[in-house]
Design a protein around this ligand. Structure first.
Ligand SMILES: Nc1ncnc2c1ncn2[C@@H]1O[C@H](COP(=O)(O)OP(=O)(O)OP(=O)(O)O)[C@@H](O)[C@H]1O
Length: 644
């Protein structure tokens, strides 16, 4: 059983590649690595190439020197003379060995310098592209999977450099050996090839099988990893123990791990079979190779010294071949992973938020939502249908409604995070000029909006960074950080911590502290205030605050609006909406009612009036008589007075 069957249908193009195509893809991938290396650090790359070519030359020279030594040793004459004559070749051999060692050390130093730089370049390119993808696109499972798969290949480029170095080194030395062998006797070359081909075939088969298995099981493995993560997460610790959730999760882990083990066993059996077949053919070829050598020597077709050199060359090449096979195997896998990253980066660019667009009017006098409908990718029901409303600077616009009625979705549309499926969002200027969200410069839209989401992120960073991350497009200004914190009533709390603004607001780190839910909400509020944008969208900003803090928070939002900010307030605390300038009541994705608090309370049987009275009743006010309750409205049946 796989965690996600749909993923099985998605296979990368390289997974279907045959041996020939793989061989032709290798140089292309090496070219990619070379390009990345060239962009990252030219000097290191040139040093690396020189070291590799140098090692190839020293290898070939060494083999020629071995031949020289053997020729003298196998010649007729007294042994002291033969040794003396072979001395120059022995000295060359010694110099070549020292040279090879120096070049190998240089190569290691250069690749060590280059590898992290390449990884950084590829990762930055991938993550930059991914963070620019339209939010709606990331919600499409097919795109999400591609983007997720790309994550595994960000360090492949780094490993590919190391492997390219290894493969180039072995290839150069094998080509050098082959050239020396061919110059000694032409028949030795096809023998070398006969040993190489079965091993190459086995490597490709093994790599492709492992890759496909990993792709098919990636979601399953992710789920297993997530299960384990929960077991040690501090915020899950309570339920893990009190609800015995840990027992359930561990059982799930064991079951899922057993499935992985079954797959591992299948893979190991298949790999062993491939290795056996490849090894058998390669062994037969080696046998033939030595047999032929024997025949050449005994029939007098080959001098004994050349035979000795050939044995050294074949042994070198076979040892090199084993390492080549291993490295090609890994290179092929890395290639597949890397091509996923390339594909993800390409896909991300295809679905990126446009970098250009019409400038917004300055100043913006209103954002007008006109007959907007929105359906989440893959959803069967629309989250919003035919919604119209207006948000203006200097006003608090409240969005209220039942759970799932579409308030947060509407906030995402107002923030420019998702584009409507139908309808338009106009950013209007003072003189009637207006720009539609799809045509607008989205970067400018984002700069105009401060956001406090219902599920705001709790960054595992310092308190200062948690506020300053609210405006990642400008340098941190601690005076502004403090002022935003003051506005969110969290300044004295942070400044009272042992490490003040440098405290890491997550336990477990050095300087780490644990904040309460309400303190986190205040810190997130400070973040949205630090954005200092003309539009502020706050989604349940007081859900974790105590009564005093809540009242103060709403008063501050009111003050902010009075000072000219357009505040969009999403809340279930209807006491706070009494002072809103305009309230939109959402019901099943439609605007059911809108108006001021007084207007809405004056609507007999209205949804707002009903919700308000029920809340008020908790504080001792008489509940609404049953006959006043509104009838449930469904999507497709808008309230007759809904804003259009
Ligand atoms: N990312 C998503 N993908 C698919 N459907 C979603 C997504 N987010 C919300 N929905 C659906 O859209 C509808 C509106 O959700 P939304 O979060 O906008 O409601 P809400 O009014 O903010 O609710 P609440 O008061 O509970 O916060 C719901 O039916 C919800 O299931």
């Amino acid at each position: 059983m796989r965690w996600n069957h749909a993923y099985v249908e998605h296979e990368g193009a390289l997974a279907r590649t045959g041996f020939g195509q793989m061989a032709s893809a290798l140089p292309r991938m090496m070219a990619v690595v070379l390009r990345a290396g060239w962009a990252a650090d030219r000097r290191a790359l040139v040093g690396l190439v020189v070291a590799q070519v140098g090692q190839g030359i020293t290898g070939a020279t060494g083999l020629v020197a071995v031949n020289g030594v053997l020729t003298h040793l196998f010649a007729d004459g007294p042994t002291p003379d033969k040794l003396r004559q072979s001395l120059p070749a022995l000295i060359v051999l010694a110099v070549v060995s020292v040279g090879t060692a120096l070049l190998a050390a240089w190569s290691t130093a250069m690749s060590g310098r280059l590898e992290p730089q390449i990884e950084r370049a590829v990762s930055t390119q991938y993550y930059r592209a991914v963070t620019r993808v339209e939010v709606a696109a990331t919600e499409q499972p097919e795109i999400q999977r591609h983007l997720e798969a790309g994550k595994f290949g960000t360090d492949s480029a780094r490993r590919m450099l190391g492997l390219s170095v290894g493969i180039t080194g072995v290839l150069i030395s094998m080509v050098a050996s082959a050239a020396v062998l061919a110059s000694l006797h032409w028949a030795l070359l096809p023998m070398l090839l006969a040993i190489a081909v079965p091993r190459g075939w086995g490597a490709v088969r093994t790599a492709r099988r492992e890759y496909l298995s990993r792709r098919h099981w990636v979601d399953h493995r992710r789920a297993v990893a997530t299960l384990l993560q929960y077991l040690t997460m501090p915020h899950a610790a309570g339920e893990i123990r009190a609800h015995e959730a840990g027992t359930l999760l561990l059982r799930g882990y064991e079951e899922m791990s057993r499935l992985v083990e079954t797959e591992q066993r299948r893979l190991a059996r298949a790999q062993a079979h491939t290795e056996l077949v490849a090894g058998a053919f390669s062994g037969l070829a080696s046998l033939g190779c030595y047999g032929m050598l024997w025949w050449l020597l005994t029939s007098g077709g080959l001098p004994l010294a050349v035979g000795g050199t050939a044995v050294v060359a074949i042994r070198n090449s076979t040892a090199g071949l084993t390492s080549l096979v291993r490295q090609v195997n890994r290179m092929y896998e890395e290639m597949l992973q890397f091509s996923d990253t390339e594909e993800a980066t390409r896909l991300a660019a295809e679905h990126a938020i446009p970098r250009t667009g019409a400038p917004l009017p300055s100043p913006v006098r209103a954002v007008r939502v006109e007959k907007v409908s929105f359906t989440y990718p893959g959803a069967t029901e629309p989250a919003l249908t035919d919604v119209s409303l207006r948000v203006r600077p200097g006003e608090v616009t409240a969005l209220v409604g039942m759970n799932g009625s579409g308030k947060s979705t509407l906030a995402k549309i107002l923030a420019g995070l998702v584009l409507p499926t139908e309808g338009a969002v106009w950013w209007e200027g003072a003189d009637g000029e207006r720009v539609e969200l799809r045509d607008a410069d989205r970067a400018q839209v984002f700069r105009s909006v401060g956001l406090l989401a219902q599920d705001f992120p709790q960054w595992q960073m310092t308190a200062a960074a948690n506020v300053a991350v609210g405006a990642g497009d400008r340098a941190r200004d601690m005076a502004e950080v403090r002022s935003a914190a003051r506005a969110a009533d969290v300044d004295s709390l942070v400044e009272g911590l042992a490490h003040g603004w440098d405290s890491i607001v997550f336990k477990g780190y050095e300087r780490g502290v644990q904040l309460s839910g309400g303190q986190w909400q205040k810190l997130a509020t400070a973040r949205s205030r630090y954005r200092d944008a003309p539009f502020l969208l706050v989604d349940e900003p007081t859900s974790a605050l105590d009564p005093h803090a809540e009242i103060e928070a709403f008063e501050r939002l009111r003050q902010l609006a009075d000072d000219g900010t357009a505040v969009v307030l999403i809340t279930h605390r209807l006491a706070a909406t009494t002072t809103a300038d305009h309230i939109y009541v959402l019901d099943a994705g439609r605007v059911a009612e809108d108006g001021t608090h007084d207007q809405l309370m004056a609507r007999p049987g209205g949804l707002y009036q009903h919700m308000f009275q029920r809340q008020a009743a908790q504080y001792g006010h008489p509940p609404t008589p049953p006959h006043d309750l509104p009838t449930a409205r469904r999507a497709g049946a808008p309230h007759p007075d809904a804003a259009g």
